[in-house]
Design a protein around this ligand. Structure first.
Ligand SMILES: [Cu+2]
Length: 132
């Protein structure tokens, strides 16, 4: 599926140029408005592993939609932001958040299939980088 990544990159470069020197809360709010684009990422899990790069890199202030698709039922947990979603082959689930906090946040499984609550395994890292 094609996402407007080029558009997002342009918008980000623009907001970085304007707000690069200020990380105050007010500036952050303005940046949210200025970026004005939701970054939508689709991630697929197959055989209990991520397909593709395990590290997802984002920039502070972005509005983010991560769509998870899986070949086996599992609960996912994004640590730090503390977002949980349950996904199954019948339906993807979306994590939606604004990337206020910077850092490296693991997304772990909380049990595949019938192992509900067990098998706490890191599937991905979401890195949220400060605006330079
Ligand atoms: Cu967890």
């Amino acid at each position: 599926m094609a996402f407007p990544l080029i558009q997002t990159a342009r918008t980000l470069a623009f907001s970085t140029a304007i707000f690069g020197l200020s990380l105050s809360l007010a500036a952050q709010q303005q940046t949210d408005d200025a970026t004005n684009a939701t970054v939508r990422i689709e991630i697929r899990i197959e055989n209990r592993k991520l397909v593709g790069d395990q590290v997802i890199r984002l920039t502070q202030g972005q509005r983010v939609e991560i769509v998870w698709i899986t070949d086996e039922a599992v609960e996912l947990h994004m640590h730090g932001y503390d977002i949980r979603v349950e996904i199954s082959p019948d339906g993807p689930a979306t994590m939606t958040f604004t990337a206020h906090a910077t850092g490296r946040f693991p997304v772990t499984s909380h049990g595949f299939g019938d192992e509900h609550g067990h098998g706490h395994v890191t599937l991905a890292y979401i890195e949220i980088h400060p605006i330079k």
